[in-house]
Each structure stands twice: as structure tokens, then as C-alpha cells.
Design a protein around this ligand. Sequence first.
Ligand code: HEM
Length: 181
Amino acid sequence: MYGIVNQAIQGLISENFGKEKWEEVKRVGHVTHDFFLSNESYDDDITYDLVGAASEVLKMPASDVLFAFGEYWVLNTGHKKYGDLMKSGGNSFYDFVKNLPNFHGRIMLIYPKLSPPEFKVEEVSDNELILHYFSSRQGLTDFVRGLVNGLGKLFDTQVEITLTDSSHQEVWHDVFHVKIV
Ligand code: HEM
């Protein structure tokens, strides 16, 4: 994944737990990079190693690390570094989620080698959606939950996200029921 992803993990850990914990996470994960360049592609294993090591060092389940990372991605990386791009995604939580299928298409203009997630949305009512997430990558379900929860916080909207189905053949496919409460 692009280095911006690993930079975000660095930000999440060093801002919440201190720079020493970040160095410890890198050491435990056998990650030898001093820093990451945002627009350079790195092996996905580095990202998974960082998440695994963060779980060990912070004594948190990996699912909680991924969820926190999802929220951080939306509220810090997205909102603070790519404010205009995030604004282009919609003016409300509902619209943003409805537009998610097109969102990474715009991001590919900045990151042309992106291997983006795919989303499909079914509108159930004016406060409920079914969100399908497809990926060539494994095990990022809780990252997606954190991202959607972060979008709820960004738009000051209380949301409930429930995983209702998941299949892991050639493509990882999760189905979430998303409700504004
Ligand atoms: C301006 C905001 C955003 C930017 C700049 C951005 C950019 C990226 C980048 C660079 C990657 C790494 C993929 C790669 O390097 O091949 C990525 C992955 C991902 N993004 Fe975004 N993204 C943004 C917002 C979002 C939002 C709002 C969501 C969903 C709610 C989302 C969902 C994901 C997921 C799930 C992945 C993991 C890749 C996978 O599942 O295969 N992103 N994004």
C-alpha cells in the first residue's frame, strides 16, 4: 500500500501513545524503515506487520487497532490532509456512504498505482443502507467498520454498523448493515 497508509499508523500510535511506542512497534514488527514516503508503494506485508505489532505492544486485539486506524484515517488523514477531496464525497453521512463506490476513482488521480477497495451500496430507506465491501486484500473488515464510524463522527451522525455477511474466496466480500440512529 502507499506509504500514506503506514504514515497514518505511525500518526495514530505516536499521537496517542508516544514516539517511543511507535519505535517499539516497528522493532517488534521487524520494520526497518526510518520513515515512509506518502506517494511511494510499499509491500502490504509492512502494513499488516505494523498492525500485528501494534496489537502486541499496546495489548489490544488487532480488530481494535484496525477499528481505531479506520477512524483515524477519516478524521485525521482524510479530513485534515485531504479536506477538499473529502468534501467532494458528500455533505452528509448518508450521501457520503452512497457515493463511496466512486470515491477512490478520484483518489487514483493522486495515487495512480492504487489498488482500491470496491464498494456497492443498496439504499434501504432514508436512514438505512446496505454496504458491500470487496477487496483483493484479507482481513480489513474492522478497518472498514472504523472508517464508517469515523464518517459518522465527521458528520456528527450517530450510526450503527453491523456485519451481516462475509465471504472470503478470491475476493474478500463483507456486507454491512448501516443505520443512522
Ligand atoms: C481523502 C480520503 C482518502 C484517501 C486519500 C484514501 C486513499 C487510500 C489509499 C492510498 C489506500 C491504499 C491502497 C493502495 O495503496 O493500494 C486506501 C485504501 C483503502 N481505503 Fe481509502 N482513502 C480515503 C478515504 C477512504 C474512505 C472514506 C473509505 C471508506 C469509508 C476508504 C476505504 C479504504 C479501504 C477499505 C482501503 C483498504 C484497501 C483494501 O481494502 O483493499 N478510504 N485508501
